[in-house]
Design a protein around this ligand. Sequence first.
Ligand code: ZNA
Length: 245
Amino acid sequence: LGIALGVGLYRSSETFKTTFMNRCEKFEGSDCEKIWTAFEQAYLGKDPCEVPMEAYDPLIAAAPFEPACNRMMFWSKTKDVAHEFTAKKHCFTTLEDTLLGSVLNDLTWCGKEGSGETFTSGCPRWNDCDNNTVRSFWNRVSAAFAEVACGDTTVMLNGSIATPFSLYSIFGSIEVKRFNPEKMRSLNVVLVTQQERNTTNCTNLSLKDLQKELREGIKYNCKEVSESQIQECSSNPETPCGACW
Ligand code: ZNA
């Protein structure tokens, strides 16, 4: 049984690297072996609850974010609708459309003290500890993505919940704090509403918190847009992005 389990773990880490490399190679001209090595060094042999976000600094250096001015889209509590949109309309890029974001999206990984292997099960869950392998990765790449944000940027927020903007989300605690007024002209909130429900609107108090958080010089706009309108727009290839909201 011990051998069978050992083989199982070995196979899962092989599959993990294969997924990493296959996804990475979709981005032409990237040195995926070099990026993999920079990635692994962040967590190999460490307690998976003691990986600070800085552990991924060498990874960011190996695969730096290229700014996509006027096309960057952030999201919070709108993962599905935001990605459904960017998958069809290429005028916006989310973190998950970039190399590092797409390579690690929806994956779990961690190391273990005294081991040189990558594990994909038995890793801490998101809220088990602050400095866990996966959460620190998303904190670090989110910070790097936000630091290069430029021109007019967009964030999709969830208008079906009481507080569409939370200071405790990654968007509120990491990304907004890194927006640089020397690069970013405006932040445009797309508040995604559902027609059936009595939903939040742009006067929501949490959005006042968001405006307060923005450094001086970054313009703020907010627009309520129904989820069905977003879907309709993305499924019609003829509609230019500028006409979606
Ligand atoms: N692709 C991801 O898995 C991911 C992406 C994870 C974390 C952050 N991001 C970045 S930050 C993303 O590109 C957005 O620009 C930013 C959204 O982060 P947020 O404001 O914290 O929004 P959210 O909807 O609360 O969380 C985003 C994602 O984080 C979720 O879809 C989950 O994958 C993960 N997450 C957050 N909280 C938990 C969680 N997973 C498990 N348990 C949680 N409590």
